[in-house]
Design a protein around this ligand. Sequence first.
Ligand code: FAD
Length: 314
Amino acid sequence: MKIVDKILKAEEENRPYWSFEYFPPKTQQGVVNLYDRIGRMYNLGPLFIDVTWRWGGKSSDLTLEICSTSQSVYGLEANMHMTCTNTSFKLIKRALAVAKENGIQNILALRGDLPDGSTEFDPEEGEFRYASDLVKYIRKQYGDYFCISVAGYPEGCSSPDDVEKDIQYLKEKIDAGADLVVTQLFYDVDLFVDWVKRCRDAGIKAPILPGIMPIQNYNGFKRMTDLCRIKVPQEIWDNLEDIKDDDQAVKNYGIKVAVDMIKKLRANGIIGTHFYTLNLERSTQMILEELNYIPDLEAIRPLPWAQSISDKRS
Ligand code: FAD
């Protein structure tokens, strides 16, 4: 099923909804653990899950496998990421065909980062330059079969000075046939709400799903927000200062920050949340619990068939 249809239904009913992003682990044991986790987190009621695609398509088979297994074994709708630069056209063509064969109906179409932080990219004949080219290609080859999501950047993709230009490029991706927007992580809700308004003013009507990354530890948080050039309100840095060496205290504070953000987003009419889980479950579970979004906590247990999957892989 297309995730945009699920989202539009939840929006129509004003029913909060959430999705979980996972990345393909690098080891066999990591994959086993991830399947167990996806099985347990099934009970947290995500509307769908996302699986990332490692730079240059290096994880394409595993990304496909995790998406396909999540759908066939866990009954979770999967949104498969796909980047188009530094990835051969042949691989993209094949991955789309295999996705369709496996009943995957949702693709997050991305450009992907450029090698060594470069800003320019010269595609070979027939290759893609921007995510919008991949969106056009998917629409041309597959018509309406896939629901296509694209990335949005409340603080600009490469620089905060480019926000306005990036909104125009986001509109181009929607006009090329994308159905919804999933955003980069952020911590300043006022900035996000203002950006959504600017997107709407620019004529972007598609659902916009805010990306929330619960803070897991101080160094990781600092590294990630520096890397993605994310503005962190001073109050968050101040509150982290005294607890930064205590991982558990940082995690607990991260839960509070996310809960407050989601409540504030909801007060502004934004009821969806896309969790960057980092393949971890506790913070996401606690956040949903704090928000009273999970009706029956007793139900949180591995699915009976989830165990057999991990047995098979180990
Ligand atoms: P685009 O939308 O193509 O934009 C790229 C740059 O080109 C921007 O600076 C934009 O301003 C500019 N641009 C766009 N169109 C034009 C145009 N017509 N003319 C001139 N300039 C233009 N990376 C991975 O490797 N794997 C993943 O699984 C992954 N998942 C992600 C999920 C989300 C939700 C997000 C927000 C990012 C993800 N990324 C992932 C990172 C992403 O690949 C990088 O941020 C990448 O640099 C930009 O990808 P894009 O699809 O936004 O590119």
